[in-house]
Design a protein around this ligand. Structure first.
Ligand code: SF4
Ligand code: MG
Length: 326
């Protein structure tokens, strides 16, 4: 039931709340140990805000976050520290996330210094082992971030996230800023590390094709809500939400047979504002299947094996390109 609203204020001396950005609006999911849950949706749908709430980097407005049976919602900083070791994040921008004036060895060492008071030759050895593990030359620990390529910088981010041997790593679009060929290398690295260390991933992307191969299950988010959640292959082969079908039709397909089978669903209009989201189903102004009821009654995500929040889910083989029904 996680909710995160950001108040919009006005006024110089006395602030008045004039609105709220409903970034995350009642989201629920579970993540099993060792699993990868992909979280996809367009820019601005609330994925990063959700990730930061789970990681304890944003206080939540309502709802709970539980980790390993313990309630970690809005913990004071000191008590959150214990969970920092278990929950780490990797960020999208390998350029912005690393301080350009610091040597990479000390960047990677940060969590070890802060949480384990590590120092001296042993710290350097641990950092060099981490660098080697993520495919960096351990001799380069004295270099600055600018001396590394984009892909190498993301490896630095991965090494830093790995330093404390966390159990959950929240990956917020870790490959979105990288070339396609480099993306595959980083995804393979993350997969290897998961196998070796039994890591659990919450993996965020705006592109379904990126999360498909790394995820066990995928949740699709639209304007602050999860609208569909299913096994990665199931979601890909038999999407039930019209928005998921639209996202899928927008991804590039290498296999010509599959491209042939796949229908093109073109989304009309822009993503509406999370300040004043549409009534009823938030997707209704853009949905090819929308009917009158969609504008007034909000569909709920049912709790079954392949939950979808839609009054008229897509059925297998249905043609969504035929246009809106009258
Ligand atoms: Fe489309 Fe209606 Fe389903 Fe919303 S509830 S996705 S508008 S068919
Ligand atoms: Mg984001």
């Amino acid at each position: 039931g996680l909710v995160k609203h950001f108040p919009i204020t006005s006024g110089l001396l006395v602030k008045h709340t004039i609105g709220r950005v409903q970034a995350v609006d009642g989201v629920a999911f579970e993540l099993a140990a060792g699993e990868t849950l992909g979280l996809v949706g367009e820019t601005g749908c609330g994925k990063s805000t959700l990730a930061r709430c789970v990681a304890g980097l944003h206080p939540v407005t309502a709802g709970r976050v539980r980790f390993d049976g313990q309630d970690i919602t809005n913990l004071p900083r000191r008590r959150m520290r214990a969970f920092r070791r278990d929950i780490q994040m990797i960020f999208q921008d390998p350029y912005g996330a690393l301080n350009p004036r610091r040597r990479v060895g000390s960047i990677i060492a940060d969590p070890l210094v802060i949480h384990r008071a590590a120092s001296g030759p042993e710290l350097r050895r641990t950092v060099q082992e981490l660098m080697e593990r993520v495919g960096l030359n351990p001799e380069h620990y004295n270099r600055f971030p600018a001396e590394f390529s984009g892909g190498q910088r993301q490896r630095i981010g991965v090494a830093r996230a790995l330093a404390l041997r966390p159990r959950l790593i929240i990956c917020d679009e870790p490959v979105s800023a990288l070339d396609v060929s480099i993306q595959a290398q980083i995804l393979n690295l993350l997969k290897d590390l998961q196998d070796d260390y039994g890591l659990t991933y919450l993996f965020i992307a705006h592109d379904l094709s990126v999360v498909r191969h790394i995820s066990d299950r995928i949740a699709v988010m639209y304007l602050g809500k999860i609208v569909e959640l299913a096994g990665a292959d199931e979601l890909h082969d038999a999407p039930r939400h019209p928005y998921t079908a639209a996202l899928l039709s927008a991804t590039a397909v290498a296999d010509p047979d599959e491209a042939e089978r796949r229908q093109r669903v073109i989304l009309t209009g822009d993503v509406p504002s999370p300040i004043d989201p549409p009534s009823g189903c938030r997707f209704h102004p853009r949905c090819p299947k929308a009917r009158e009821v969609c504008a007034s009654a909000e569909p709920v995500l049912e709790s079954k094996e392949h939950p979808v929040a839609c009054h008229f889910p897509v059925s297998a083989g249905e043609d969504l390109t035929a246009g809106r029904p009258a």
